[in-house]
Design a protein around this ligand. Structure first.
Ligand SMILES: [Fe+2]
Length: 301
């Protein structure tokens, strides 16, 4: 079993890429996560000038910090205003998703018990994830740097925020929030092939050179965040950045976007701009294909 922490360097020992079974006792200590300033709220955030929002966000962030000391996830007692934001966004997204989302994703959301009427707790989702694909989510208080974030996928763990966006703009968030995580990302980890593919990215991140890490970041962007898949002759969305954004999800299927067949070499060499609507997206033929090409790529590191 690998023992190094998220702050892996390029001189790590060899590892096998087929290590899919990660037991809870094999996980590195979460307290060893060394991240700086992850609880920053940038000035352009809609809640930046709302002291009550900041206080609430800080409180929820403190629960993530507590998790790193204790290893125990604390459920968040979401208030009525937060639940209302969830209901508004979840209902609206569901309508678009019913036409545009991958069939697998739509079923997975049900399997995880994610409903439009309340914000799901990480603990609830973890119970089902463990049974379905031996994956898990762990709380984090904000955006972390690429290597640290991606490396945790190597232990079949996704770091997830728990706070929710500001009520003034339910359709928008400049940072990940519980809507993006649990409507965007978490259902896909119930897919074995997708979970294995994610773990390969994590393995790669632990040993990647800085250049390879940049490539991995692009692979992650064009798949985990903005991926499309061919399903029964139709193109559907499975990327979290699409599934959790009304604007991006509708836009992805217009003629403003060029939808290209997935080509790993092209993807890892294609730069993206996170502040703009995506002009080019890549379509994979299946989740198994994505897993296989990524495995071969990571083996070449
Ligand atoms: Fe994301």
């Amino acid at each position: 079993m690998l023992t190094e922490t998220a702050s892996a360097t390029t001189s790590e020992p060899a590892f096998t890429v087929d290590n899919f079974e990660v037991r809870d006792e094999d996980l590195p200590e979460f307290r060893d996560l060394k991240f700086e300033d992850i609880n920053e709220l940038h000035l352009d955030h809609p809640g930046a000038n709302d002291p009550e929002y900041r206080k609430r966000r800080d409180y929820i962030a403190s629960l993530a910090k507590k998790f790193r000391e204790t290893g125990v996830i604390t459920d968040v007692d979401y208030n009525e205003q937060e639940q209302e934001i969830w209901r508004t966004v979840a209902n609206r997204l569901e309508e678009i998703q019913s036409r545009r989302a991958s069939k697998f994703y739509l079923q997975a959301k049900k399997d995880l018990g994610i409903s439009n009427d309340h914000i799901p707790q990480l603990t609830e989702m973890n119970r089902r994830l463990k049974e379905l694909s031996n994956f898990r989510v762990a709380p984090i208080e904000g955006l972390v740097e690429t290597r640290g974030f991606l490396s945790w996928l190597s232990w079949r763990t996704m770091l997830s925020t728990q706070y929710i966006r500001h009520h003034s703009r339910p359709e928008y968030t400049p940072e990940p929030d519980i809507v993006h995580e649990s409507i965007g990302h978490i259902p896909m980890f119930t897919n074995r092939a997708f979970a294995d593919f994610s773990q390969f990215i994590g393995h790669g991140a632990r040993v990647a050179t800085d250049h390879q890490l940049e490539e991995l970041g692009r692979l992650y962007w064009f798949t985990v965040e903005f991926g499309l898949i061919e399903e029964g002759g139709e193109t559907k969305a499975y990327g979290a950045g699409l599934l959790s954004s009304f604007g991006e999800l509708e836009n992805a299927f217009t003629d403003k976007v060029e939808r290209r067949p997935f080509d790993l070499d092209e993807v890892i060499n294609t730069a993206y701009d996170y502040s703009e609507m995506q002009p080019v997206l890549y379509v994979v033929p299946s989740y198994g294909y994505l897993k296989d090409v990524t495995k071969r790529y990571i083996q070449s590191f």
